[in-house]
Design a protein around this ligand. Structure first.
Ligand SMILES: Nc1ncnc2c1ncn2[C@@H]1O[C@H](COP(=O)(O)OP(=O)(O)OP(=O)(O)O)[C@@H](O)[C@H]1O
Ligand SMILES: [Mg+2]
Length: 381
C-alpha cells in the first residue's frame, strides 16, 4: 500500500520566488504518475520534497496516512532512482545490489536470495561479478533500478532515469519499466522530458509550468482534452498547430474565419462545439488549435466526409520528413511553423503547394485572454 498526498505543497528557495506553488495531488496505490513540463518548472524539486531531500516550505505531504513533512528520507519508505545512476564504482554489481540490505542488517542468506531474484527480473544475473565501469549505460541503469527495487519500497521516485540512454535502449527500457511496474505492483512517480515515456508509461500525467500544476489527467484525456493553450502545445509531437481565427455566424451556422475576418478561409463548426463557440466567443478573435494528424489532403478529407465543412487552405511546404509509417509536411504562417501528418504515399515535396482541410470535430478553441480551452470539460475522465 502506498498512497501519497500533496496538499498545497510549496517550495521557496528565496523570499520572492516560488519554485513550486500550491502543488495538490492525490496519488493512489499502484499509480504510475508522470511529471512533465519545461526545464526549470519544478519537477525535480517536487520529487525531492517527496523524497525528503529538500525541505517543504509550506503545505503537507502525507504518505499512507502519516504526515511526513519532517520525516528523514530513510524513514519515508521510498526509493529514488536518478538520471546519473549513482552506483558505487568499487563494488561489483552484486555488492551494489546488496548494499542497501547489508546496512539494514538483513541476514546474508536472504540478501543472496533477493539479489538473485532482482538480477533475474532485470536480466543482469550474468553481470553480478562485474564492476560498474565494465557495464554499458543500459546495464548500469538496470543495476540502479535493481538497487532501488531490492529494498521493496512503498514507492519509487525516478528523475529522468532513461535520459542518458540512446534512443533504442530507451525504448527497450521503457517497455521493461512498464512490465516492472506491473510485476512490482507499486506506486511510481516519474519525471521525464520524453513525450513517448509520458504517454505510454503514465496512468496519469501532471503537466507543470513555472512551478504550478496546469492539468492532471490520464494520457489520452490530456491529449484529447487539454485544459489550456500551454498543455495543448506541450503534449504531442510535433505539437498542436495554432492559428489566429475569428468566431462568426453565417446563416445560423457557426464558422471560424482563419487569419483575418474576410472569410476567404473558413471552417464550419457543428453540434456542441458550434454552440459553445457562439455562446462564448462570437465576433471575437480566438486561437484555433488542431493537431497534425487532424489535417487532411483533399482525397482523405473527401473520404472522411469533411470536405463541405472546411474551405481548404493552400500552403507552400517548407520541409518534408519521411518517417516511414507517415510523412510530416511543414509550412510557415506568420513566422510560426506548422505540421501536418499524412500517409507516406503523399509525394508533395519542399517548395510545392498543397491544399489542406481541417477536421472540424477535432478543432480546439482557446480564449485569447485566458488561454483556456473553451471546449475543456472536467467531467471527461
Ligand atoms: N538549490 C536551489 N537553490 C535555488 N534555486 C533552485 C535550487 N534548485 C532548484 N532551483 C530553482 O527552482 C526551479 C525549479 O527547479 P527544478 O530543478 O525543480 O526544475 P526541473 O523542472 O526539474 O527542470 P529540469 O527539467 O531542467 O530538470 C528552477 O528555477 C531552479 O533554478
Ligand atoms: Mg529536473
Amino acid at each position: 500500500m502506498s498512497e501519497i498526498i500533496l496538499r498545497n505543497v510549496c517550495k521557496q528557495f528565496d523570499k520572492e520566488h516560488y519554485a513550486v506553488k500550491d502543488f495538490n495531488l492525490d496519488i493512489q496505490d499502484r499509480e504510475f504518475i508522470i511529471f512533465v513540463g519545461p526545464s526549470g518548472c519544478g519537477k525535480s524539486t517536487t520529487l525531492r520534497m517527496i523524497a525528503g531531500l529538500e525541505d517543504i516550505s509550506d503545505g503537507e505531504l502525507w504518505i499512507d496516512g502519516e504526515l511526513c513533512n519532517y520525516y528523514e528520507p530513510k524513514d519515508r519508505g521510498l526509493s529514488m532512482v536518478f538520471q546519473n545512476y549513482a552506483l558505487y564504482p568499487n563494488m561489483t554489481v552484486y555488492g551494489n545490489l546488496a548494499y542497501a540490505l547489508k546496512i539494514r542488517k538483513v541476514p546474508k542468506k536472504e540478501i543472496d536470495e533477493r539479489v538473485h531474484k532482482v538480477a533475474k527480473t532485470l536480466e543482469i544475473e550474468h553481470l553480478l561479478d562485474r564492476k560498474p565501469a565494465a557495464l554499458s549505460g543500459g546495464q548500469k541503469q538496470r543495476v540502479a533500478i535493481g538497487s532501488a527495487i531490492i529494498r521493496k519500497p512503498k514507492a519509487f521516485l525516478m528523475d529522468e532515469p532513461l535520459s542518458n540512454l540512446d534512443a533504442k535502449l530507451r525504448a527497450q527500457m521503457r517497455v521493461e519499466l512498464a512490465k516492472l511496474h506491473k510485476d512490482l505492483a507499486t506506486t511510481i512517480i516519474y519525471v521525464t522530458h520524453d513525450q513517448t515515456e509520458a504517454m505510454t508509461l503514465g496512468t496519469r500525467i501532471v503537466v507543470m509550468k513555472d512551478g504550478v500544476v496546469q492539468q492532471v489527467e490520464a494520457p489520452i484525456q490530456l491529449y484529447d482534452n487539454p485544459a489550456n493553450l500551454f498543455v495543448a502545445g506541450f503534449i504531442g509531437s510535433p505539437s498542436m498547430n495554432f492559428f489566429d481565427a475569428y468566431v462568426e455566424e453565417e446563416k445560423g451556422k457557426t464558422v471560424l474565419y482563419l487569419g483575418d475576418q474576410s472569410g476567404s478561409r473558413k471552417v464550419y463548426l457543428k453540434g456542441e462545439k458550434a454552440e459553445i463557440a457562439r455562446a462564448r466567443e462570437l465576433h471575437k478573435k480566438v486561437i484555433l488549435g488542431i493537431r497534425p494528424e487532424d489535417i487532411y489532403e483533399q482525397k482523405d478529407a473527401e473520404e472522411r466526409g469533411i470536405l463541405e465543412d472546411t474551405v481548404g487552405v493552400e500552403e507552400t511546404i517548407t520541409a518534408r520528413e519521411m518517417l516511414g509509417a507517415e510523412v510530416i509536411l511543414y509550412f510557415d504562417k506568420k513566422g510560426k511553423s506548422h505540421a501536418v501528418k499524412l500517409s507516406p504515399e503523399n509525394q508533395t515535396q519542399t517548395g510545392e503547394k498543397i491544399r489542406f482541410y481541417f477536421d472540424p470535430s477535432r478543432i480546439h478553441i482557446f480564449d485569447q485572454g485566458t488561454e483556456e480551452n473553451i471546449f475543456y470539460r472536467e467531467e471527461i475522465r
